[in-house]
Design a protein around this ligand. Structure first.
Ligand SMILES: [Zn+2]
Length: 326
């Protein structure tokens, strides 16, 4: 949920030169469409449109359940990597996943960061398939270390979507295995770089490479910042083209073209750690540059829409179905 541009933005916002640098940190795709994004963000949808659709319209995905998972995470307060609060979040995730009958593995590790050595924990759900190949889903659940930052959208929303997907998928067996990664340490401890941020995904990709599982991953579908009431999803241009097409064509078929946009923007995120190792991946990430609350204390529960969560969950479920037929 970070990109170099986003990191630069957050630095910019913390100093007085916010406006000029904010312009400078827009990604190419977003710049080309600044006006439509801004006008959309300016006119928040009425409350009623935030209601989650009935789960029978979204393959069983329950936007209200997902919203409750965001609320629960926010309730733990700020939970950056290495904090006491993130241990509570980890326990919550593991107990929820086990209550759905999921097979859960954890990888506790410590890693050097610009703030010293930190304890982190990746959580991995493994749903077996008929064949050894794997469809990997992912989210990060840590929040950026900032005062009063609870990361309802940045950390909370995608983690909630993955919990609700786990509830539905852990009782199903498809052609391919489905693994769901709950990653620690996506956020940079100080400044986003190759060595600061994406700690959890770098750890998991390295572990799976060592075990031989990495080469079995047919696709990595990552979600990040996916719960905003005014969310829009440009195609993330560094992702694998065939997977971008698969997800965005699926969204169009389901009638979500006003949210899954036919324009591009670039973000650096946890998918990078897998793409660098040759894994095809796609990042479904909301337009954080224009949402008005990214990496600020305003990223709170009032920004989250059960309807958006349900739409993203529906798109993921249908995209997984597509991948299971290939
Ligand atoms: Zn972030």
């Amino acid at each position: 949920m970070n990109s170099q541009r986003r990191q630069r933005c957050s630095i910019a916002l913390s100093v007085v030169l916010a406006f000029s640098v904010l312009i400078g940190c827009k990604s190419k795709g977003a710049e080309a469409s600044a006006a439509p994004f801004m006008s959309t963000v300016a006119s928040a949808p009425p409350q009623a449109t935030d209601n989650a659709p009935s789960p029978d319209k979204t393959d069983g995905f329950d936007g209200n359940r997902a919203f409750a998972h965001v609320a629960k995470q926010v309730g733990f307060g700020p939970h950056p990597s290495g904090s006491p609060a993130i241990v509570q979040v980890q326990d919550y995730l593991i107990s929820a996943l086990k209550s759905y009958g999921c097979l859960v593995e954890t990888d506790a590790f410590s890693t050097d960061t610009p703030a010293g050595r930190l304890q982190m924990k990746n959580i991995l759900v493994k749903i077996p398939g008929e064949k050894p190949e794997i469809i990997l889903l992912g989210t990060h659940y840590d929040t950026k270390k900032m005062e009063n930052f609870v990361g309802a959208d940045d950390g909370g929303s995608s983690t909630a979507v993955m919990l609700e997907l786990a509830r539905l998928l852990c009782s199903q067996h498809g052609r391919y295995a489905v693994w769901i990664a709950f990653l620690d340490g996506e956020e940079a401890v100080q400044n986003w770089s190759e060595t600061d941020g994406r700690f959890g995904s770098r750890q998991m990709a390295a572990r799976l490479a060592a075990s031989g599982d990495l080469k079995k991953i047919r696709a990595f579908l990552l979600a990040d910042i996916v719960g905003g009431r005014t969310a829009q999803f440009p195609r993330e241009s560094s992702s694998t083209p065939a997977l971008i097409d698969l997800v965005w064509n699926t969204a169009a078929r389901l009638g979500y073209s006003s949210i899954f946009l036919n324009e591009s923007s670039e973000a650096q995120d946890d998918h990078d750690s897998f793409m660098k190792r040759g894994v095809p991946a796609v990042d479904v990430i909301g337009d954080f540059v224009h949402n008005g609350y990214w990496h600020t204390p305003q990223d709170a529960l009032d920004k989250i829409s059960p309807k958006t969560l349900a739409i993203v969950g529906h798109v993921f479920l249908e995209s997984i179905k597509q991948l299971q037929t290939k």
